[in-house]
Design a protein around this ligand. Structure first.
Ligand SMILES: [Zn+2]
Ligand SMILES: [Zn+2]
Length: 123
């Protein structure tokens, strides 16, 4: 998984708008190739960053190290990996969930998603 620094480096924005004499203008281009109004840049990087951090499968969640913290949205459950198992913020610490159970729980509805909040090696 890329760090925020890497994502920002891959989405450097070109210079501002270029205005031509004939009244037309050219939008600046992000390093990824997408052209956009400068006002849309923050939303662009933010959505790329969220997509980079989105977990959809048991394999992706299982690849995260012990100490990882994942947010379930829109349900407000925060999952913390303390071993091969996970704790949810709304349970006592004696309640353990397997990776498959977390993914099943957090992907029931189409709008459900898991976003990586914290990885220990980033500290
Ligand atoms: Zn970009
Ligand atoms: Zn919960």
């Amino acid at each position: 998984m890329k760090s925020l620094t890497e994502v920002i480096a891959e989405h450097r924005m070109g210079m501002g708008m270029t205005f031509y004499r004939d009244g037309t203008c050219k939008l600046p281009t992000c390093a990824c190739g997408e052209s956009m109004h400068p006002n849309s840049y923050a939303a662009h990087v933010s959505s790329v960053w969220e997509e980079e951090r989105t977990i959809r499968t048991v394999e992706e969640l299982d690849a995260l190290p012990v100490g990882a913290v994942v947010q379930e949205l829109p349900a407000e459950h925060t999952w913390i990996r303390h071993s091969t198992a996970w704790h949810c913020s709304c349970d006592g610490t004696d309640v353990e969930w397997s990776t498959a159970e977390v993914v099943h729980e957090a992907t029931c509805r189409p709008e459900d998603r898991l976003i990586v909040l914290y990885l220990p090696e980033e500290a």
